[in-house]
Design a protein around this ligand. Structure first.
Ligand code: SAM
Ligand code: SF4
Length: 438
């Protein structure tokens, strides 16, 4: 007989990872033990992503693979997250062997819904249009002993024409500052030294609470919590990023010198069609302002290639902006048509081979720049937080992260995750640095 056990798989962004920590916490409080495979579990929970199209096919393929396990073992299957929000009843229409479908705003209901299914014996589909309980106030099973995601805001009020997030995560809701600070203090009491503040548009944090954005004040307040050694945040929106945030970054010791600044495109006409509400020039001005105010700032970005109607000269503007800014690294995506978004019905969707060819050029350009940026650090002494130690070619190797969010491999030196170490950078690739303890 199986003990009460659950298997949990997470797809997508940090917000989903954060939500999954709550799902795991809730299931543990309800008496379930986490296991590593669906074969060994009583309940399989899939926390899904809908940001790009291949996520759709992956989910239904995955559910197809769980079906024979269910037939053999009686496995219960629960589907949550953004794709569950997007497809709702469609999940059980396409995969009638799924037992529970739940949304991004009723994570707290998960154990109850699983219990209901046991009694009812029919699939249960339940969504909430508003939060009754913020996921952040639910019990959590943290993935890391020293780092924690802290949600400061849910949903998004922007209307970027490519993006499905507003329709699956709802309107922007800021968490009260006192609640966030309370969570950070409790985390520090539990041994956490690094926090990453999460939201879709962090620079508008607080607008719904106070009538004005107060993100920079929040950064300063979190910085004042004793015991917090590093603070990161993601994502700011370039249209709302202002000097007050850069100043808080520069003046708060714990706030890391890293800005993830999603540009999406370097072309004014594409940015207009995306409804991003900034221009190439204003983006560049903000980059210059942030670099001037925050010494040693690392910059990363998100870029979409092949947005509907993208012409070669518009793509060339993206390439030239990448060359001008010289990002430390970038997440690069091929545009993916999302049902219900404005861009999905735009004319002139760009042909896949054209998108691929542009993507390859962008990737090559950015990879070379990342390599050059990292090579500039060879010989420098950097402070890293150790994340893990593993064996490679019979040697023990530790991997840590700099304040600027770069990974550094070093020969293991008896460190534990969360330890701070000083290392001298000895070599660089486009994706990581190598170093020696100083
Ligand atoms: N809120 C963040 C912002 O405004 O920058 C972005 C959040 S989204 C989860 C992360 C990234 O996914 C976006 O910055 C964008 O580059 C990419 N993305 C979103 N929708 C996409 C789509 N339809 N096709 C390709 N990439 C997409
Ligand atoms: Fe999507 Fe734009 Fe909101 Fe980011 S700001 S989540 S890209 S709509």
């Amino acid at each position: 007989m199986k003990t009460r056990s659950f298997y949990l798989e997470t797809h997508g962004c940090q917000m989903n990872e954060h939500d999954s920590e709550r799902m795991a916490g809730l299931m543990e409080v309800a008496g379930y033990v986490r296991v590593d495979s669906a074969e060994d579990a009583e309940v399989a929970i899939l926390n899904t992503c809908a940001i790009r199209e291949n996520a759709d096919n992956k989910l239904y393929g995955h559910l197809g693979r769980l079906k024979p396990i269910k037939q053999r073992t009686g496995l219960k299957i629960a589907v949550g997250g953004c794709q569950a929000e997007k497809d709702r009843d469609g999940v059980v229409e396409r995969a009638p062997w799924v037992d529970v479908v739940f949304g991004t705003r009723n994570i707290d209901a998960l154990p109850r819904l699983i219990g209901l299914v046991e009694q009812a014996g029919v699939p249960i589909v339940e969504f909430a249009e508003q939060f009754e309980v913020y996921p952040s106030s639910l019990p959590a099973r943290r993935e890391s002993p020293f780092h924690a995601w802290v949600a400061i805001q849910y949903g998004c009020n922007n209307a970027c024409t490519f993006c499905i997030v507003p329709s699956v995560r709802g309107r922007e809701v800021s968490r009260p500052t006192g609640e966030i600070l309370g969570e950070v203090r409790r985390l520090v009491d539990d041994g956490i030294t690094e926090v990453s503040l999460l939201g879709q548009n962090v620079n508008s944090y607080g607008r719904d609470l106070t009538g004005r954005p107060i993100f920079s004040e929040l950064l300063r307040a979190v910085n004042d919590v004793p015991g917090v050694r590093r603070i990161r945040y993601t994502s700011p929106h370039p249209k709302d990023f202002k000097e007050d945030t850069a100043l808080a970054m520069a003046e708060c010791d714990a706030v890391c010198e890293h800005l993830h600044f999603p540009m999406q495109s370097g072309s004014d006409s594409v940015l207009r069609r995306m409804k991003r509400a900034y221009s190439r020039t204003s983006y560049l001005e903000k980059v210059a302002m942030a670099r001037e105010i925050v010494p040693g700032l690392a910059l990363t970005t998100d870029i979409i290639v092949g947005f509907p109607g993208e012409m070669e000269d518009e793509f060339a503007d993206t390439l030239s902006l990448v060359e001008e800014v010289r990002f430390d690294s970038a997440y690069m995506f091929q545009y993916s048509k999302r049902p219900g978004t404005d861009a999905a019905t735009m004319e002139d969707q760009v042909a896949k081979p054209v998108v691929q060819e542009r993507f390859d050029r962008l990737l090559a350009t950015q990879t070379q720049i990342s390599l050059e940026r990292n090579a500039e650090l060879v010989g420098a002494e950097v402070e890293i937080t150790i994340e893990r130690t593993s064996s490679k070619n019979d040697a023990e190797r530790s991997t840590g992260r700099t304040r600027t969010n770069k990974l550094v491999h070093v020969p293991a030196n008896g460190w534990s995750p969360g330890d701070s170490a000083s290392v001298r950078v000895s070599a660089a690739s486009a994706h990581h640095l190598s170093g020696q303890p100083t």
